[in-house]
Design a protein around this ligand. Structure first.
Ligand SMILES: [Zn+2]
Length: 123
């Protein structure tokens, strides 16, 4: 698979997986560098692009996508918690908000057929 890298507004590549791993070993790229490969709708951290696995349907390459669906609710609850800080309930809301934000959902996205597979199904 060909991987494009974006860094400070510049685009680099395409590179092969081997080249990218070499650059990571050199320290020129990190796991959080933004990368893109065929079929992705947006740039993802290199770490997720490199963990791509094979689609059970079409043998295409899959990429793990992680999202935090409760993020906006969590922020709202935290703000409410800070406002209500003088009361016991404020502390409770604050920590509840934190746990909502840290809750993440992940799924595999196939770059071949576009299918979505839930969870951590590693081929
Ligand atoms: Zn597929």
């Amino acid at each position: 698979m060909n991987i494009l890298i974006t860094k400070e507004g510049q685009q680099y590549g395409p590179y092969t997986v081997e080249e990218v791993k070499q650059y990571m070993a050199d320290g020129r790229l990190t796991a959080s560098s933004l990368a893109w490969t065929d079929g992705l709708s947006n740039w993802l951290p290199l770490s997720s692009v490199l963990t791509a696995t094979v689609c059970p349907q079409c043998q295409g390459e899959m990429v793990l996508q992680v999202e935090s669906p409760q993020r906006s609710t969590g922020i709202l609850v935290i703000v409410l918690g800070i406002l209500l800080a003088p009361f016991c309930v404020g502390i409770f809301l604050f920590f509840w908000g934190l746990s909502l934000i840290s809750e993440t959902k992940s799924h595999w996205h196939c770059s071949g057929c576009g299918r979505i597979f839930p969870g951590k199904v590693r081929a």
